[in-house]
Every structure is written in C-alpha cells, then in structure tokens.
Ligand binder design. Structure first.
Ligand code: SAM
Length: 217
C-alpha cells in the first residue's frame, strides 16, 4: 500500500542534493556534467522504491543512471537505498514523467527502463500507460538515434498492448521473453514488484525495443 504522505520525506530529499536533483529542468542538455563524465545516461521511469536502479548503478559503474518517480513518499525509499549503496553514478528525480522533455535535451538519453508500470486497465486511462504512443514520442525526443526501451511487467494485457504500441510506432523488437525467470536472459536485476509477483508464481514478461536507426535532423 502506497503512503501518499510520509512525514519528513520532502525535507529528506532536500538534504541529499548529491542524489536528488532539484529543479532538474536547469540541467537540461548538461546531464553528463552533473555526473562529471561523458558516460551514457539510462533512465528508469516509475522507479518506485529504487531497488532496480540502485543495483544497476552498482553493477554498471560506467553508466549514469537516473531514477524518476512521481511520489515523494515512494522515492524517499529509493534515496535510502542510494545513501546506503554510495553510488556516484545514480541520481533521482521526484517528478512526473509527463515533463521528460523539459528535463532532457534531444538525444541526451541512451536507454529508458520501464519496470512494472501501472497497467491502467480502463480504456479511458489509456493515455496514462507509460507505453502509450504519446510517451513513446517523448522517449524518442529525448533519446539518441539508436536508443532502447527495456520493459518488464507481470501484466499480460499491458504487455500485449505495449508490443502493439511499440510496433505501431515503428520500433524494432530486439528481444522478447514470455517467461523471463525461465529464459536464458542473463544479468536480470529484480525490482520490488518483480520479487513480489514472481514469489506468488506470476510469470514475468520482458522485451527490448530500439528506435529506428534514422539520423535526427
Ligand atoms: N518500478 C518499480 C518496481 O518494479 O518495483 C515500481 C513499480 S510501481 C507499480 C509503478 C511506479 O511508477 C509507482 O511508484 C508510480 O508512482 C510510478 N509512476 C507511474 N506513472 C508515473 C509517471 N508518469 N511519472 C513518474 N512516476 C510514475
């Protein structure tokens, strides 16, 4: 159950500017300077309590990771993980992904991770799904030409919807698994939701798609 208001959470985020970037729109076009290197930037949209992004940052020190989460009460747990892990290649943004283009310049991001995104099953909420074409357009606008989206979910309906959405958008399907935990995929890092759903026997779906290799104007 998500806590919408966690006492002291906002203040705690302000106390750790080395991990939580405030007014991130001021960094647009300069994210590599924030990390003080020229490494690729990978973002996770809907990072939740941060297990995936923190473990990825530990496992891949030569990639810069940015976790984006709308709820203060949730991202504060990701901050706790970052503080414990002491990872210089991880930053967190407390914001709604609707504003991604205000935060990142064209071509600034190499990869987008979507893990166990909210399914929004009602048709009237389709536009809120993070794999809706409006979001794909945003990801394309901030990603480099051969950028990739890596998507995991336990929700078969959302997975089917997303494959169609990716295909209609013209993305290239590079990898698909209908049962990740019984596949040959190596190096999987579990998210909090993945742990919870797989422990009750739910299958995990995963795919990787790539932007078309067309030079941007
Ligand atoms: N990725 C985590 C995991 O697998 O454990 C969390 C999954 S949880 C079902 C989805 C998370 O995405 C929630 O914490 C929610 O607040 C966040 N989220 C959904 N839509 C978002 C948006 N438009 N911008 C930022 N965060 C969003």
């Amino acid at each position: 159950m998500r806590l919408r208001n966690k006492p002291g959470a906002k203040e705690k985020l302000l106390d750790y500017p080395q991990y939580v970037i405030h007014e991130p729109e001021n960094k647009r076009g300069n994210w590599q300077q924030v990390f003080n290197n020229t490494n690729e930037i990978h973002i996770e949209v809907g990072t939740g309590k941060g297990r995936f992004i923190t473990e990825m940052a530990k496992a891949h020190p030569n990639i810069n990771y940015i976790g984006i989460e709308a709820y203060t009460s949730v991202i504060v747990s990701a901050l706790d993980r970052a503080i414990e892990a002491e990872v210089p290649n991880l930053k967190l943004l407390n914001m709604n992904a609707q504003k991604l283009e205000e935060i990142f310049a064209n071509g600034e991001v190499a990869r987008v991770y979507l893990n166990f995104s909210d399914p929004w099953p009602k048709n009237k909420h389709e536009k809120r799904r993070l794999t809706h074409r409006n979001f794909l357009q945003m990801y394309e606008n901030i990603m480099k030409t051969d950028g990739e989206i890596h998507f995991k979910t336990d929700n078969q309906h959302l997975f089917e919807y997303s494959l169609v959405s990716f295909s209609e958008y013209g993305l290239k399907l590079k990898y698909v698994s209908l049962d990740l935990h019984h596949s040959d995929f190596e190096g999987n890092i579990m998210t909090e939701y993945e742990e919870r759903f797989s422990s009750i026997g739910k299958r995990i779906f995963r795919c990787e798609v790539q932007l078309p290799l067309v030079e941007k104007a």
